[in-house]
Design a binder for this molecule. Sequence first.
Ligand SMILES: [Zn+2]
Ligand SMILES: [Zn+2]
Length: 278
Amino acid sequence: MFRLGAHVSISGGLHRAVEREEETGGNCGQIFVGSPRGWKVKQPDEEDAKRFRELAEKKDIKPWIVHSTYLINLATPKEELGNKSLETMQAEIDATSKLGIPYYVFHPGAHTGAGVERGIENVAERLSKLEIHDDVKVLLENTAGKGTTLGQTFGELSRMIDISDCGYEKLGVCLDTCHMYSGGYDFSTEGKLEELLDKLEKNVGLKNVHFLHLNDSKYSFASEKDEHEHIGEGKIGERGFRLFVNHKKLRDKPMVLETPVDERGFAWNISKVKEIRN
Ligand SMILES: [Zn+2]
Ligand SMILES: [Zn+2]
């Protein structure tokens, strides 16, 4: 079954996320459990968590994924920022488990001058300190690679996982199409997409990719800029997405949209993806 949804708000209560997903035409989804630009995470109370789980089950809207706040940085050489990041991540992972959500995704962060190697080691060492519950997989998201941001290449992502004590038992990868394209992975032709999937298989392994973020890119190929565009309306274009969402190695993975919310909104993008899906 094709699982396609969008990033929705939990304002008004966690169960509202399920209702919003249904309204946009999605059948899986992504949420933040706290403020995307804050450090504080409030644990969901038992009632709210139960209501969310039951409604998602009843409406068959799943799987869900929790996106981390944007502030965390596991690659940082700064001890204090690293510790603060770990604390917030742990709280978010605890909340993810309470909600019965199987995936949690975060951006590895920036080394801010410490060097790529040191940054990768920092991510791996800090990941090893997390308590990752058996019912949650923590996913590393690929990035566009701006500045000293790590995780632009599949090689960097797989090194972080390999060096950590967690392994693929606890960790995995979430791929963002905008970040791949602006980060230097082309999939605008069948040949290019096959090349990309070969690199992915060699470095991370396709079975370790558990979720996909579908976003077109406002900026051109390898620009390293991270700004999302409506599906088919950006530099990737309809042709690239047609190849991507239909490929036999990708089509069974759950996909969520993080496209701009303007007059088009998520419902438009969901219809667009369904239209190009074979
Ligand atoms: Zn993300
Ligand atoms: Zn992005």
